[in-house]
Design a protein around this ligand. Structure first.
Ligand code: PLI
Length: 459
């Protein structure tokens, strides 16, 4: 790697998308109409959109060129084979099953591996992943290290699985009652925190010793590989691709949303090594997604994803990506805004409990903060707290996660340094007014994945 300033973009801009600058009064009305849920805002009413890094990234000229080379045959598209080659080159699994996005892959894996009543340990839940595990009759159990739940803990690999917790689940429930363990890399809801190679290796040893499969949520595996490179001893000289191969080598399969690391607007895949596991997923992909050689994607989307995958594991590209998150994190940290520490990969997480200590979690602290940031500066973020956590399927009680955060997610190659300056200025202004703010009550609650569509009123 060169010593070049990591914030300096390793690309230049060829096309621009105008964004609307609005008044606070306009945004207050828009927020009310959206039921104080940033998912329900119209994107054209947002100035800087940090809702997600999923499908919102800027593709390269090489990816756009690939779009023109879509082979839209129903079966056997050549783009599928390009995607298969790219997946093998970057991750090394034997079988590829394409899906329309990550949750399509989660459905296939959950249906293939979970028998009703089985447990599925994982390093913190992810919304769609847990939903599919529960729909397949499984029960998620969190085995992440305690540090992950503490916003102030500075451990470099806060996404790690706690081996003692995992072992306890095996002892208490019996290995045959465990469908598999999921390792998310990086851990989204913990703040984009990475998992170390040593931890992946040790989890794999413990799981395999007990005949339990290991499934990687590889959605941001390349970001995780970058953190291993810069934080874990012995990996500085290895390429992101080599690190990805090693991570995947300890696992039996993976689900992946192509909408993150690969800069594409749509796409995903499941992958595995076992022939029977692949056959099971392929028999379901034709029912729920599309033929096994397109899985819900157009040929052109598979081509863009294949090219994006090969581009994303470039060290300079990934270093710049993480540098953008760190830049915003540093601006906010210097101003005393309470943040999840250390800075993760795909965004900056604000600790809403510490930002608004007067608003109890039952009044949707982080939901209110996400709304207020929009009203103050036109920046859209996402709640990652009690609303996202939803309800226990058995008791009906709300899950009350220790982390009550909002996420300022950084789309790849989309925003510049001055955009991040504006985001920080707006949030710092809001922080000065924080004592004035009150919470929300929920007035509409959907049954599944409620955070997407729930509506609120101000108290
Ligand atoms: O949005 P999908 O269906 O392509 O992928 C689902 C998904 C699975 N795993 C992880 C770790 C994710 O972050 C993920 C999607 N994340 C979204 C949409 C996000 O905003 O973070």
């Amino acid at each position: 790697m060169s010593t070049f300033n990591p914030m300096a973009e390793p690309y230049k801009i060829k096309m621009v998308e105008p964004v609307k600058i609005t008044t606070r009064e306009f945004r207050q009305n828009a927020a009310k109409e959206a039921g104080y849920n940033t998912f329900l805002l119209r994107s054209e009413d947002v100035y800087i959109d940090l809702l997600t890094d999923s499908g919102t990234n800027a593709m390269s000229e090489n990816q756009w060129a690939g779009i023109m080379l879509g082979d839209e045959a129903y079966a056997g598209s050549k783009n599928y084979y390009h995607l298969e080659d790219a997946m093998k080159e970057c991750y090394g699994y034997k079988h590829l099953v394409p899906t329309h996005q990550g949750r399509g892959a989660e459905q296939l894996v959950s249906k293939a591996l979970i028998s009703p009543g089985q447990w599925v340990p994982g390093n913190m839940y992810f919304t769609t992943t847990r939903e599919h595990q529960e729909l397949a009759g499984g029960q998620f159990v969190d085995v992440i290290v305690d540090a992950a739940h503490d916003p102030l803990d500075e451990s470099p690999f806060k996404g790690n699985v706690d081996l003692n917790k995992f072992e306890k689940v095996i002892k208490e429930q019996g290995a045959k009652n465990i469908a598999y363990i999921t390792i998310g890399v990086t851990v989204n809801l913990a703040g984009g925190q990475p998992v170390s190679m040593q931890n992946i290796r040790e989890v794999s040893e413990l799981a395999h010793k007990n005949g339990i499969k290991v499934i990687l949520d590889a959605t941001r595996a390349m970001e995780n590989a970058y953190f291993i490179k810069v934080r874990e001893k012995g990996y500085a000289a290895k390429s992101i691709k080599e690190i990805c191969h090693e991570m995947c080598g300890y696992t039996d399969g993976a689900t992946c949303s192509g909408k993150k690391d690969f800069h594409t607007n749509i796409g995903g895949f499941a992958a595995c090594n076992d022939d029977d596991f692949a056959t099971h997923m392929r028999s379901n992909v034709v029912v729920y997604e599309g033929l096994q050689t397109y899985g819900g994607m157009a040929g052109r989307d598979m081509e863009a994803m294949a090219r994006g995958m090969l581009e994303a594991c470039d060290d300079v590209c990934m270093r710049h990506r993480v540098a953008q998150s760190e830049y915003l994190w540093n601006l906010l940290d210097k101003a005393g805004i309470p943040l999840v520490r250390p800075c993760g990969g795909h965004g900056v997480f604000i600790d809403a409990r510490a930002f608004y200590p007067q608003i109890p979690q039952e009044q949707y602290t982080a939901q209110k903060l996400a709304n207020d940031i929009y009203e103050y500066c036109g920046v859209r973020s996402m709640e990652r707290g009690i609303v996202s956590a939803g309800r226990d399927k058995v008791t009906g009680h709300e899950h009350k996660p220790k982390l009550e955060t909002i996420r300022l997610t950084i789309p790849r190659r989309v925003y510049t340094q001055s955009h991040f300056d504006v985001v920080a200025e707006g949030i710092i202004e809001l922080y000065k007014d924080r004592d004035k703010m009150k919470g929300l009550k929920m007035v509409y609650e959907p049954k599944a994945l409620r955070f997407f569509q729930a509506r609120f009123e101000k108290l």
